[in-house]
Design a protein around this ligand. Structure first.
Ligand SMILES: CC(O)(O)NCCCCNCCCN
Ligand SMILES: [Zn+2]
Length: 678
């Protein structure tokens, strides 16, 4: 399996610059690239990447997307003087030429294509290209919005041609709508284009009707263009994550791309003068972590916008460290999407209902009045104040953002633990793990006996568990001390081991422990004090135990043919888990598990975004192949296989809907539709 992360940067691309005064374009400065690269060096991230050199794209490559007229205009600018440059720039909306622009734009395209080759050839697993000028606004015959050639669109056409790909996902998290990319692929079902963007009911640039949620694609491309408009500024981490859980990720997993390309603009981050949004740099680590789970990890991240130099460079670092497999930093802020975000999410889901299996049973009865409702909303407050009081409102607040980011980032980028995954060699079977793990010495028996007879006597009745408890406590110890990121322990009786592990974790200071138990669970730990949130995935209804905010039983039997667990993980488990914000995650697989291996590895892979990727896995000792696939997911040895995508049955969709309705007031990340009577 490919491993390693490519980084492509060429300082030649800093020579494109504005030669006259133009308040619209003067934010797109060369320092965007150099300060990002410098920050990557400061965090010692450059040296951990595979350096791939940029190259100039050929004319044929540019003609994959652009007209020869467009190419000729661009080429002709190399020898122009300032007056001529200014004149030709005036033909476009928000673009400027410099004598070096053509060369820089060819390097931007060439760098992007080199990254595609490095990933598709298996030289690396993923990578990032720091390029300018950006690309996603440029169109077949026009430059636009600081973009001359559409780097990402050319890369997608190039990948289809050279590698015969039939399904490419483009994720555009830049705060502007990549209308250029939309126009290029809107009739093409082989390229799924997702973009969120500041829209404010068509007030915000480029102010196009076709940027709204009902632009779903044309002809054969219907359903393959997804626009999520933000109708207010001040959107934050929870709004972005909700958009991934309830819109992008279900589409992406059903689409099952062979390659993912990100139009990675950071003007959607806090402090940016264009976006006016509030999402903090670590949200980009989470977004990157999620898209890394697709296409067997084949991911190309291409820089688009981002105009606040400090916010931009921190967010670039968050992206690269996640591509390298580092632990995903904890998200900050209240975990609840705002009303306007939920409305947009609901609208785009409704608009796509007839094109996607996962939306087949979506209830769109609200539609007839909602769209008018949003217009009513707009009339109700003509000058929409932001839903979130946007902390940073104008440029002289920039100093505040600098300060905020200084403080904020310091306690986030902790050193990466040398070892990712620990286990104990209590039994021969663990030696069979397919990946290098770190063996920890068990705590010896006498110590265990003392411990157990003290704090856990009411749970541990038989000696046969002592060995397994020893290994669990030894691994927990390493995780608590941040010496390892995660660990695997095997156990003859999982519910005893889990009960001890949970009580031990809380005793040692974890305030919120998320436990996902798959299979039969004899002992149900006490969840009354809220320090434990238990999600029990089992085949049949649990008698007796009443459901509470901190004890949720999800009855699920995985479909025999393949993996139909995606809606449960994306639409329910992740939103609840992110609402809870655990600082440790325990995932146990006990006897009579009702999930297949692919469902279980989906859980392990996606839950690594929580608790700074701290996970303790407790696996029934007879489940050797579960242990093997869990080890792979935890070490990050290879992008996990999630099995054949099986769309959920109506019965299963309803099951999740009922749970969502029941818990969405407590766990607000579950919200994806505006209840009647706003
Ligand atoms: C790559 C990118 O998406 O960041 N380009 C943003 C271009 C913004 C243009 N603003 C024009 C405003 C005119 N009133
Ligand atoms: Zn942008």
């Amino acid at each position: 399996m490919a491993s390693g992360t490519a980084l492509i940067y060429d300082e030649e691309m800093t020579t494109h610059k504005l030669l006259w005064s133009d308040p619209v374009c003067d934010i797109e400065v060369p320092e965007r690239l150099s300060s990002s690269y410098d920050q990557l060096k400061r965090y010692h991230l450059v040296e951990r990447c595979v350096h791939v050199p940029a190259r100039e794209a050929s004319q044929e490559e540019i003609l994959l997307v652009h007209s020869s007229e467009h190419l000729e205009v661009a080429k002709s600018t190399q020898t122009m003087n300032e007056e001529e440059l200014k004149k030709v720039s005036g033909n476009y909306d928000a673009f400027f030429f410099h004598p070096n622009t053509y060369c820089c734009a060819r390097l931007a395209v060439g760098a992007t294509l080199e990254l595609v080759d490095a990933v598709m050839s298996g030289k690396v697993r993923n990578g990032m290209a720091l390029v300018r000028p950006p690309g996603h606004h440029s169109q077949r015959n026009a430059a636009n919005g600081f973009c001359l050639f559409n780097n990402v669109a050319i890369a997608a056409e190039y990948a289809k041609l050279k590698y015969g790909l039939q399904r490419i996902l483009i994720v555009d998290w830049d705060v502007h709508h990549g209308q250029g990319t939309q126009y290029i692929f809107e009739e093409d079902p082989s390229v799924l284009y997702f973009s969120w963007h500041r829209y404010e009911h068509q007030e915000f640039w480029p102010s196009l009707k076709e940027s709204d949620y009902d632009a779903v694609g044309l002809g054969k491309g219907k359903g393959f263009n997804i626009n999520l408009p933000w109708n207010k500024v001040g959107m934050g981490n929870s709004d972005y994550l909700a958009a991934f859980f309830h819109v992008l990720l279900p589409m992406a997993f059903e689409f099952d791309p062979e390659l993912v390309i990100v139009s990675s603009g950071y003007d959607s981050g806090i402090g940016d003068p264009e976006g006016q949004m509030n999402a903090t740099p670590e949200v980009f680590a989470h977004l990157t972590h999620f898209v890394m789970q697709l296409a067997n990890g084949k991911l190309c991240v291409i820089l688009e916008g981002g105009y606040h130099l400090k916010s931009l460079s921190e967010s670039v670092c968050m992206t690269v460290r996640t591509l390298l497999g580092d632990p995903v930093p904890q998200i900050t802020g209240e975990m609840a999407p705002c009303l306007s975000a939920v409305e947009s999410i609901q609208n785009v889901r409704a608009a796509h209902k007839s094109y996607w299996k996962w939306l087949m049973y979506e209830d769109t009865s609200f539609l007839q009045n909602l769209s008018t409702k949003s217009l009513l909303l707009k009339k109700a407050n003509p000058n929409p104040s932001t839903e979130h009081e946007s902390k940073i409102t104008n440029n002289d607040e920039t100093v505040k953002v600098e300060r905020f980011l200084e403080l904020h980032m310091k306690n986030i980028l902790f050193p990466v633990p040398p070892i990712k995954t620990a286990t104990t060699d209590s039994r021969g079977s663990v030696h069979l793990l397919p990946v290098p793990v770190h063996f920890v010495k068990e705590i010896d028996k006498t110590e265990i006996k003392a411990l157990v007879s003290g704090f856990y006597a009411d749970i541990v009745k038989e000696d046969k568990n002592l060995l397994s408890l020893g290994s669990i406590l030894a691994i927990l110890d390493k995780i608590l001390k941040k010496e390892v990121c995660n660990g695997i322990a095997e156990s003859p009786t999982c519910s005893v081991s889990v009960a001890v592990a949970l009580r031990h974790s809380v005793r040692f200071g974890f305030q919120r422990v998320l436990c996902i138990f798959v299979g039969d669970m004899e002992i149900i730990p006490n969840t009354e004090d809220g320090k434990i949130l238990m999600i029990h995935i089992c085949e049949k209804e649990q008698s007796g135990k009443t459901r509470s905010k901190h004890y949720i039983s999800l009855n699920w039997k995985e479909d025999a043919e393949g993996n139909d667990f995606f809606p449960a993980v994306l639409g329910f488990i992740l939103p609840v888990a992110y609402s809870y914000q655990p600082n440790l995650t325990v995932i146990a697989v006990g006897p009579n598990r009702s999930l297949g291996i692919s469902g279980i590895s989906l859980l392990f892979s996606l839950l690594q975004g929580l608790a700074e990727s701290r996970i303790l896995a407790v696996i029934k000792d007879t489940e050797i192949n579960v242990m093997q696939s869990v080890a792979k997911a935890l070490v990050g040895a290879s992008a996990p296989q999630f099995g054949v995508y099986v769309p959920p049955t109506q019965e299963k969709v309803n099951k999740i809907k009922i749970l969502r309705d029941q818990f969405q007031q407590e766990w607000k990340m579950l919200q994806c539709s505006v209840k009647d009577g706003i």
